[in-house]
Write a protein of this length. Structure first.
Length: 207
């Protein structure tokens, strides 16, 4: 199922990227190339600043970048989930081995994973309405374990978390997609990431 989702996601992205450039030549006469004439991606330099999420993995994030008419620009984005924030108050600097040898009466209750992704890459307008992007990055996957301490002196009434460093990994990521201009000031964002695999969506300012 994961392989099928990955295939479907990227076929959809590349279909969009393949379709939109085909409209460029037909609409070239309508394009504006100065801010006095229009506010599309091919009408002037645009700052990109907005919210970005990887669905269903990371719902906190942002995009920052710029585009330039008919040439290359740059972007960075940052995305994470809320796992590390949720448990921060009850996280202890212990290793799995330390808990197993010192706190022998504590029992494992739960495990959670946390994704943090940083990407950077290139932008390029396809026409006034669409600006494509392609990037590379790294995704850090951190695993947390929850234990229960029967004397209830630790954490939240005995429940506390530790890092599982041996199960945590750093992973290569690639992403691609498009920004769609909405009027003078705004854009919608649609694309995908491969690690963690998900649909990227967002919105923001592109003045």
């Amino acid at each position: 199922m994961l392989k099928a989702l990955k295939t479907t996601l990227f076929l959809s992205i590349f279909a969009v990227l393949a379709f939109v450039p085909g409209q460029v030549q037909a609409q070239e006469a309508k394009y504006n190339y100065t801010d006095d004439e229009g506010y599309g991606f091919n009408s002037g330099n645009r700052i990109l600043l907005g919210y970005a999420a990887n669905i269903p993995n990371q719902y906190l994030g942002f995009t920052l970048g710029f585009s330039r008419p008919r040439t290359w620009g740059l972007f960075i984005d940052y995305k994470m989930n809320t796992a590390s924030l949720d448990i921060a108050s009850y996280l202890y600097d212990y290793t799995v081995e330390y808990v197993a040898t010192v706190y022998t009466s504590d029992t494992l209750k739960d495990t959670r994973g946390s994704w943090i992704t940083v990407n950077g890459g290139m932008t390029r307008p396809l026409n006034d309405n669409f600006c494509a992007y392609l990037g590379l990055g790294v995704s850090f996957y951190r695993v947390y374990r929850q234990y229960y301490e029967p004397y209830k002196n630790m954490g939240d009434n005995g429940y506390y978390w530790i890092n599982d460093d041996q199960s945590s990994t750093a992973n290569f990521n690639a992403n691609a997609g498009v920004y769609y201009k909405l009027g003078r000031y705004f854009y919608l964002h649609l694309g995908g990431d491969i690690r963690p695999l998900g649909l990227t969506a967002g919105f923001g300012l592109a003045p």
